[in-house]
Design a protein around this ligand. Structure first.
Ligand code: ZN
Length: 451
């Protein structure tokens, strides 16, 4: 018999189900890794193997992060890359990243996941596209298992170095046949297509300016042969558009279509400069977008037309992006930034707090092609988080605790449950010891920087 868990008495529980209920005095009852009942506390069973009282808390479905490069937490705020735009930023960081080791991948992935989990995220993807010195995606996958996060591991890749007209140095690019072979190995070894999967694999060449046309096409064929998703960066800034026009005589959206990189099994990061024809194409084909507002602001890439995308029917999710181009991996902070940036670009009606939360939950689930996360309802995964409304940052905002989550300064979770397992209890990670992890991460970051 699966272990049962009862969470009850929440000030308000946000379901994000079809009815978009916000249940005062709400709670949920789970058996093993799935939710059996959601409702007011009086409607739920009275006991369970584990009972958690959430008086004074707001409860939401776990947030979903759809774009990240977790290894980059080792190179936050590196001076030459602090003030550049995308291409300058990349070219100053590539030489540092060439020193990555398998231990660095494992430790930085756990560090990045700890930061995400403490900020309300329960499912994350990670896009690892650089594999020097024997690094493998297996290193990230092992880290996710240790900390207990639901994980979509993206097998990234770069194959076109400087000598062939690409952006990365030749020393960090890989052979295309080897990339495809490794992607196939990873899918066969790890990908779980079932509902409630804790681990899925996606095929994810880094970007159109770091791999060949052939690799993009063959990646799509491989992913579709196995029924896994495809992910890359697209239309990030104006230089990206210029590169695409010059190199392929197409806009990034036209290039994506030409390569077969559109469809409900594809999601693209950024799309800041996606044009109207691109928005229509993405809507028509169900192609997803990972919106990364902090990164877009940090690199001055522009303001993604999220209102227009959503109105047209494009599936939009959120991503914190790599910790070097955001420098923070705070998921609730990203939700807040999405709302603020939409308003800077398109006025105060461009996004509401509840819509921002919807993008970060249901939006993430849709973009990752999942029907088992993003909402709290019977039959869904037991992934939920609770925030303590007695925190100083919420004072004066308790007439609308749901909007307070987004409008007030980003809070840390008091409780996080992933796949029915308590991962954060009373604000502390329950699955690993954070102090030694931060210490090791800092030592490795110093080594990588050559200090
Ligand atoms: Zn990225």
């Amino acid at each position: 018999m699966a272990k049962t868990l009862l969470a009850r008495n929440a000030r308000v529980l946000v379901t994000m189900d079809g009815a978009r209920r916000e249940i005062a005095g709400g709670g949920l009852y789970a058996e093993g890794n799935r939710i059996v009942a959601v409702g007011t506390t009086a409607e739920l069973p009275e006991s369970a193997d584990e009972v958690i009282d959430l008086s004074g808390h707001v409860v939401i479905p776990g947030l979903v992060n759809t774009h990240h490069h977790m290894y980059q937490s080792l190179t936050r705020v590196v001076p030459p890359a602090q003030d550049g735009e995308l291409f300058t930023w990349l070219t100053s960081l590539y030489p540092l990243w060439a020193g990555l080791t398998p231990e660095m991948i494992g430790v930085s992935t756990k560090l990045a996941m700890a930061e995400l989990i403490l900020s309300g995220c329960t499912t994350s993807s990670d896009h690892l596209y650089i594999y020097p010195n024997g690094c493998r995606l297996d290193d990230s996958i092992a880290a996710a298992g240790e900390i207990g996060m639901r994980f979509h591991a993206c097998r990234g890749a770069m194959s076109v170095g400087v000598s062939k007209g690409g952006l990365p140095p030749d020393s960090v690019v890989e052979d295309e046949a080897a990339i495809l072979k490794d992607a196939q190995r990873l899918i066969e070894t790890y990908h779980d297509p079932e509902r409630f999967a804790m681990l899925r694999v996606a095929v994810a060449p880094c970007s159109p300016f770091s791999v060949s046309r052939d690799l993009m096409r063959e990646s799509a064929a491989l992913a579709r042969a196995y029924g896994v998703s495809l992910h890359t960066h697209l239309a990030e800034n104006v230089k990206d558009i210029a590169y695409s026009r010059e190199k392929f005589a197409m806009t990034p959206a036209e290039y994506a279509e030409d390569l077969g990189w559109v469809g409900p099994d594809v999601w693209h990061a950024h799309c800041v400069q996606l044009d109207e024809a691109g928005i229509r194409l993405f809507a028509r084909t169900g192609t997803g977008v990972a919106h990364c507002p902090c990164s877009n602001m940090r690199l001055a890439s522009g303001i993604a037309p999220i209102r227009r995308m959503r109105d047209a029917g494009v599936p939009v999710a959120l991503g914190v992006d790599g910790s070097a181009s955001n420098d923070g991996g705070n998921m609730l902070g990203e939700v807040r930034q999405a709302l603020l940036l939409a308003r800077v670009g398109f006025g105060p009606a461009a996004m509401t707090a509840r819509e921002a939360l919807e993008i970060a939950t249901l939006g993430g689930a849709k973009v990752l092609n999942r029907d088992d996360i993003g909402a709290l309802a019977p039959g869904m995964a037991a992934d939920f988080v609770a925030f303590d409304l007695s925190a100083v940052g919420f004072a004066g905002a308790l007439h609308d605790p749901v909007a307070a989550l987004v409008f007030c300064a980003p809070a840390a979770v008091a409780l996080s449950v992933i796949d029915g397992r308590v991962v954060v209890r009373e604000g502390r990670l329950a699955t690993l010891d954070l102090g030694p992890l931060v210490e090791r991460h800092n030592a490795l970051a110093a080594r990588l920087a050559g200090a």
